[in-house]
Design a protein around this ligand. Sequence first.
Ligand SMILES: [Zn+2]
Length: 260
Amino acid sequence: MQIFLLKKKFIVIFIALFLIFLLVFLYFQPSFSFAFELTTNAILDNNFKEKLSTLTKNDEKYAYLTFDDGPTLKATGKILDILKEEQVKATFFVIGKYVKNHPELVKRAFNEGHYIANHGYSHNNARLYESDSSFIQEIQDTDAEIGKALGIDNYCSHVFRFPNGYMSSSYKSQKKHAIELLSKLNYVYVDWNCLNNDSVKKYSNYQLLDNLKKSASNKGTLIVLMHDSSDVNDTPSVLKDSISYLKSQGYEFRNFYDCL
Ligand SMILES: [Zn+2]
């Protein structure tokens, strides 16, 4: 009888431990699987570059929200709160020198399932394009800061966004050449095809939302540019309505992990 009770107790403890393990695993699972891919040792899947560069040519209603120029005390926390509430996973193109100032914000974004991508260390084009080595240094220094924040050795985000975008007219030839350097670093770059102009000039929230609606109209998959800085407009205050609008238009939210 005593042996039977002991066995029963053992089984109950075993099941309880298994359930706790399962819950912990499910909670942290995104970080585990992401960490595996995001190092300099990981070779990008051959299809990844192709997938990223053709995303906006798809008719499927997927929206990839991207937030540039953070992390910042003014905006990042608020953006993360809203994304959590709305159960949306996004991508943050972070600036290395700001990651150094606020590693905890990057760590939080990563742990909550957002993709942490590279936007250069200084956001200073003169410095970025000074030479091949300065360009490479900007990418690697940013990865090093992200890696430090996340506790991942040899972190490599594999995705870069040029300050002001590849499509902008400034530094055209330098950017064209930089694509070769990115490729050697096992990197791809991505622009956007939808924006609310939140960094261009001061708008009312109504206008920001209207900018987004106009920019998204008649498009399939969207890569939406917004800013994680609140320098010009208070982007977090229009984010909830922007997400609601895109949901009402049938959009499903994704981030770049879905392409890996
Ligand atoms: Zn930027």
